[in-house]
Design a protein around this ligand. Sequence first.
Ligand SMILES: O=C(O)CCC(=O)C(=O)O
Length: 253
Amino acid sequence: MELRDEQIEDFRRQGYLRLGALFDEEELATIAREYDRLVRKEEQVLGNEEQGVFPYRAMLNFRSPELSQFILHPRLVAIAQKILGEEVRFWWDQGINKSPGAGSPIAWHQDNGYQQGRTQEFLTCWLALDASERSNGGLQVIPGSHTAGHREHRWEGVHAVIPPVGLDTKAAVDLDVGPGELLIFSSLLVHQTLGNRTQDRQRRSWVIQYCRGDQHNEVTGEVYDNRPWVLRDGKVVDELRAERPFHLVRDHA
Ligand SMILES: O=C(O)CCC(=O)C(=O)O
């Protein structure tokens, strides 16, 4: 898929873009099978017991050769290339299954909030494996909110969230999508997902993020060279490999 100039303009202005179906049925079936094997409440959950927890797993690509191949999928990488340029690294991936009745939200935040303003904007690709709308924990975004730059976040448990005081959410919109549809957004776009209020409709997302090759920590100056290359000099690499290993716990953020 080649992003058109108007789509890129839209993305720059609004901070997000709907890209529809990117993968074919067989590819989606492979993703869903591997996802369901890995993202299970027996492994890890997010949310709180009162409102209801839901399965979560970080770095599915570490645990599944099939999923790691999707990070290098030419159609996905072509999108990252248009937005980020000719030198691209993989930043992070995670599976989030807002399971039926799991009421815990993931409150308003920017994906950059997890680095507390220490790094530059990057790109989030949000793949819906199920129909996703407000009632089952779909995405809500504040269009254009990425243009105001980094916002202050505070930690609420494991989540970096924007304190509600001073956050104007009147312009927020729901980004409802069908199964297999892809949304992309700026890591500076303010977004949230509410709880899943349905009794029978899970809402699985696979979130894949890419950054520029020279993405760095603005405090230490250190390049994130523990993030594997995806695109070098405009060419997709054969396998995900970084200059040094990534440690899931130590290197998160
Ligand atoms: O998929 C979700 O429920 C939340 C996604 C999100 O907010 C994020 O990945 O930062």
